[in-house]
Ligand binder design. Structure first.
Ligand SMILES: [Zn+2]
Ligand SMILES: [Zn+2]
Length: 228
């Protein structure tokens, strides 16, 4: 019996979205997941055509990809991951990434989680991108370079309460690569929960490139389609 089986005996699983008893994600909510299908801009991850110019045209990551739109049950799963630290939510979102990522995207890459704002991490006691990266690594076998990036400054409510202009400005967000923790050679796949403007991914990719990483890609669990 695994620790998880034991936990389920004590606390029977319920749907993370609608709280129906039985499974971490019930059949109805699973069926309502907003999968992104059809042609996509490889650079910014939006459905193609993404815009002129591509919103990621000047960003430091070479490609971005997400399996789901930031809507409906996927949005609720991300909230569960972010605010409840739900391992089950991390597992479901990691499975969605691993099962649908374009061939080769995750091959021979090191996963680097987008670092949480230090204040936010202290308050909640966990790091949701790190959790997502570790669950993804379990499925793909890719190594994780946790702690390769350090974040200072930036608004704690960067993606949540801030308006579009503030998010775009990436207000005072500063990310530094830690040389000793960087993978030697090869490419890096940044891992985060939500891709909104790409400003955070850009700041992280920029730091990694400056640290000598030749190629940086990004995967997120969900892609925001509006306000992008
Ligand atoms: Zn449900
Ligand atoms: Zn694009």
């Amino acid at each position: 019996m695994t620790a998880r089986d034991l936990l389920h005996l004590l606390v029977p699983p319920q749907c993370l979205v609608c709280r129906a008893p039985g499974h971490d994600l019930c059949g109805a909510c699973r069926g309502a997941l907003p999968w992104l299908v059809g042609a996509r801009c490889a650079r910014c991850g939006l459905p193609a055509p993404c815009g002129r110019p591509c919103p990621a045209a000047l960003h430091a990551y070479a490609a971005a990809w997400a399996p789901l739109a930031h809507e409906g049950p996927a949005r609720t799963l991300v909230t569960a991951l972010k605010f409840r630290g739900a391992i089950a939510a991390a597992d479901l979102l990691a499975a969605a990434i691993a099962a649908t990522a374009p061939p080769g995207l995750l091959a021979s890459a090191t996963l680097v989680p987008v670092p949480a704002h230090p204040g936010r991490r202290r308050r909640r006691g966990y790091d949701h991108a790190g959790l997502l990266a570790r669950r993804l690594a379990r499925r793909t076998g890719a190594p994780v370079a946790a702690g390769a990036l350090r974040r200072t400054g930036g608004r704690a409510d960067h993606q949540l309460g801030a308006g579009r202009a503030e998010r775009l400005a990436g207000t005072r967000l500063s990310v530094h690569a830690r040389p000793g923790r960087l993978p030697s050679g090869g490419r890096v796949v940044l891992v985060d929960d939500v891709h909104t403007t790409g400003a955070t991914l850009d700041a992280c990719a920029r730091a990694l490139r400056q640290g000598g990483v030749p190629e940086v890609l990004a995967v997120t669990a969900v892609r925001a389609l509006r306000g992008a």
